[in-house]
Design a protein around this ligand. Structure first.
Ligand SMILES: Cc1cc2nc3c(=O)[nH]c(=O)nc-3n(C[C@H](O)[C@H](O)[C@H](O)COP(=O)(O)OP(=O)(O)OC[C@H]3O[C@@H](n4cnc5c(N)ncnc54)[C@H](O)[C@@H]3O)c2cc1C
Length: 258
């Protein structure tokens, strides 16, 4: 049994505020690119499941050649293999095209029973790609998973984070699972791991190899930063707490906050 981990390369979160909308739209982002932080939890879980169930692991990323750096991070953590899905023939791939390519790449890996993903990418932020991949594969989908309780006899049992609690769910394998940050503490790549990853030859699958084409129908018509909200600071003066509180209440009502 093999576990596929979906890894996206994203801008370093420290540099995200400096990334312009134009850069995002063109895909030519002028920032340090790193492994999507949420995907480190998925990679860590694949390694822990390998210890528990003897499952091999493969990291898959769709993107440009640069995305091999994110794959190398996963290899340096200990993931067994990595494959790049070359997005160059897929235009401005929307969610459906991206899901189709990644699902086809999963099928190429042989006996994959489990696909692990992060909870969302820090740039696209949809938190939805895993649903498209599960749909394309026709596999079970479990989201926001905080613990993988067991796997075996054709089933996976997990604990999901839900509003105000947790639930235990069992679903048939194969499955696609998106993980929550509560699931583990991702390890740092070891020095030996980094050296091994740097020497790794990462195979590339093209859209033609996978038999997928750009079927994108969703277009980014506009990407912009949120409107700046003008704020004003007012210091309420008064001789006593009661006087300040009364003035504050008047001000709040005058502004129609309550
Ligand atoms: C140059 C460029 C142009 C684009 N143009 C458009 C457009 O015109 N219209 C449009 O709708 N979308 C467009 N996209 C966005 C693209 O469709 C999304 O990046 C993709 O669908 C994933 O969505 P997300 O980043 O919100 O991931 P999420 O759904 O937030 O990611 C969830 C998880 O899925 C996995 N994942 C996500 N992306 C990848 C990946 N590439 N490889 C491996 N694993 C992954 C990770 O594990 C991640 O944690 C464009 C992207 C690029 C780079």
């Amino acid at each position: 049994m093999k576990i596929a981990v979906l890894i996206k390369q994203t801008p370093d979160t420290a540099e995200l505020p400096k990334v312009s909308a134009e850069e995002v739209k063109s895909g030519d982002v002028n920032a340090t690119m790193v492994i999507n932080p949420w995907d480190e939890y998925a990679a860590e879980e694949a390694l822990l499941l390998d210890d528990r169930f003897g499952a091999g692991s493969v990291a898959l990323s769709m993107g440009s050649e640069d995305a091999t750096d994110a794959l190398k991070h996963a290899l340096a953590m200990g993931i067994g293999e990595a494959v790049l899905i070359d997005s160059s023939a897929l235009g401005d791939a929307d969610m459906w095209t991206t899901a189709a390519a990644l699902a086809a790449a999963v099928k190429e890996q042989g006996d994959v029973e489990l696909v692990l993903t992060g909870k969302q990418s820090v740039d696209g932020n949809s938190g939805a790609l895993f649903a498209g991949v599960a749909c394309k594969l026709g596999w079970s989908l479990l989201t926001n998973v905080a613990k993988i309780v067991d796997m075996g006899d054709g089933f996976i049992t997990v604990e999901r984070m839900v509003d105000g609690g947790q639930e235990t769910v069992q679903a048939p394998l194969p499955a696609v699972v998106s993980v929550a940050k509560e699931i583990n503490d991702p390890r740092y790549p070891s020095f030996m791991g980094i050296r091994k990853a740097n020497r790794a030859n990462i195979p590339v699958l093209t859209a033609a190899d996978l038999g997928v084409s750009d079927v994108s129908a969703t277009e980014w018509a506009n990407i912009r930063k949120p409107e700046q909200v003008e704020t004003e600071v007012v210091i309420i003066e008064g001789d006593s707490v009661a006087e300040k509180a009364a003035k504050l209440a008047d001000a709040i009502m005058a502004e129609k906050v309550i």
